[in-house]
Design a protein around this ligand. Structure first.
Ligand code: SF4
Length: 207
């Protein structure tokens, strides 16, 4: 095993290992540095590859935008696997642990699939239909905007006093997007928010 303290890895040693990444020499060199990757390679070779229609897509989680391939079972139309896309110049087939778990976004028995609503003053959550939830959100959004819309604000005038400046906005609504909103959703969402005059607009994905 490589003794790092008494024999530190030189730049030459490091390049030697880097250059041999494709072959078994690499495993031997890494073992020399105290890293035995043979088990990982053996395990990866035994992982069954799921077959189906491969659809290139983008990881929904963060602004790095790693490429993914979603494998779809053509018989059922269901996603059966999501892996890194080797053709993506961003991640070249790799995914971080979060991106590697994207599969669970669509296939997870623990996920709630119904809208939950807790009425004002209630201490319990109840199922609500998606249609009812959308209608309620739209109505509350409109009511709040109508009551709190600013067509103009008073600004200090150059010669003293105040002047009205047109702003057409509301500070009573805010939008905080989640990382699972994809690019297309984010595009449409920010268009809607700007049309409503929402100023407080933020998204984890930094779109
Ligand atoms: S969450 Fe991870 S895999 Fe997904 S885009 Fe960001 S870095 Fe890439």
């Amino acid at each position: 095993m490589h003794d790092v303290k008494s024999n530190p890895i030189s730049r030459r040693d490091f390049l030697k290992v880097s250059a041999g990444v494709a072959g078994s020499t690499v495993a031997a060199e890494l073992i020399g540095f105290g890293l035995d990757t043979r088990l990982v390679h053996a395990s990866a070779a035994s992982v069954p590859i799921k077959k189906g229609k491969e659809v290139p897509t983008i990881c929904p989680y963060c602004a790095v935008g790693c490429g993914q391939i979603a494998t779809v079972d053509t018989a059922t139309g269901k996603i059966i696997d999501i892996q890194g896309n080797p053709d993506s110049p961003v991640n070249e087939g790799t995914l971080c642990p979060k991106g590697a778990a994207t599969y669970q976004l669509v296939n997870n028995a623990l996920r709630w699939t119904k809208v939950k609503h807790r009425a004002p003053g209630s201490d319990k959550w109840e199922d609500m239909s998606l249609d009812d939830a959308m209608t309620r959100i739209a109505q509350l959004t409109k009511d709040t905007r109508d009551k709190n819309f600013n067509e103009t604000v008073d600004m200090p005038a150059a010669g003293g006093g105040a002047v009205k400046k047109k702003v057409m906005n509301t500070y009573a609504l805010a939008s905080l997007g989640g990382a699972t909103m994809d690019n297309e959703w984010n595009y449409a969402h920010q268009k809607l928010m700007h049309a409503l005059g929402v100023v407080y607009l933020e998204n984890q994905a930094r779109i």
